[in-house]
Design a protein around this ligand. Structure first.
Ligand code: SF4
Length: 212
């Protein structure tokens, strides 16, 4: 079965510990969630069919060691798992951006999983698959987008209750236009929360331009 592909592009990684590294992005089409602040709604539908070999050939056109498979929700496509393995076999440093709503256990262990936990203002926090926490490794990362003080307090509670920072790095990111980045930074400092504050580098550089 073919993958369904929205786009492949070369840019700088905008998030998590690989921020700033030249990266090829492979954006798969489709997502079963509808986060209120989603900035990739164009990936929900459309896209073109592509084989794993075709994706590898397109990725190879760029001079990058880092490849990020993203969406949408890439794990919603069955062929995502063999794609991740094939990218690792080809020698790339591979990361996966995933919503946290689907099972991540079968992802190739060489892949760094950047897994969201959805806070309440996303409208999708009932979809968090908490069982995923048990399979996270130290080279994975948990990302929580914060859209309000209420989201922040939810995240703080989740971090403490589930000892998230002991499992892997935890990233808190302000939702663009919904919470002041400075406010989030100050809340983290006031609580001494063991997380990494992050701004989306690609948005600082290029705004909401697609393919950046
Ligand atoms: S999981 Fe990601 S792609 Fe899907 S709706 Fe939420 S933010 Fe958008």
């Amino acid at each position: 079965m073919a993958l369904r592909l929205t786009e492949i592009f070369f840019s700088l990684q905008g998030e998590a510990s690989r921020a700033g590294l030249p990266t090829v992005f492979v954006r798969l089409t489709g997502c079963p969630l509808r986060c209120t602040w989603c900035d990739t709604t164009y990936s929900f539908t459309g896209g073109e069919p592509a084989s794993i070999d075709a994706v590898l050939a397109q990725v190879a056109k760029y001079p990058a060691r880092q490849v990020c498979v993203t969406g949408g929700e890439p794990l919603a496509q069955k062929e995502c798992l063999p794609l991740l393995g094939a990218l690792c076999d080809a020698g790339y440093e591979v990361s996966l951006e995933t919503s946290g709503a689907l099972d991540i256990a079968a992802v190739d262990p060489r892949v760094a999983r950047i897994m969201d936990l959805k806070a309440p203002d996303s409208g999708e926090s009932a979809r968090n698959r908490w069982e995923n926490l048990a399979v996270l490794k130290h080279n994975d990362e948990i990302k929580i987008v914060i859209a309000s003080r209420g989201d922040y307090e939810w995240a703080r509670q989740a971090i403490r209750e589930h000892r998230l920072a002991e499992r892997c790095p935890v990233l808190l990111s302000p939702a663009a236009g919904l919470v002041e980045p400075t406010a989030l930074a100050e809340w983290i400092i006031a609580d001494g929360l063991d997380v990494r504050f992050q701004m989306q580098l690609h948005k600082l550089l290029w705004g909401n331009a697609q393919g950046k």
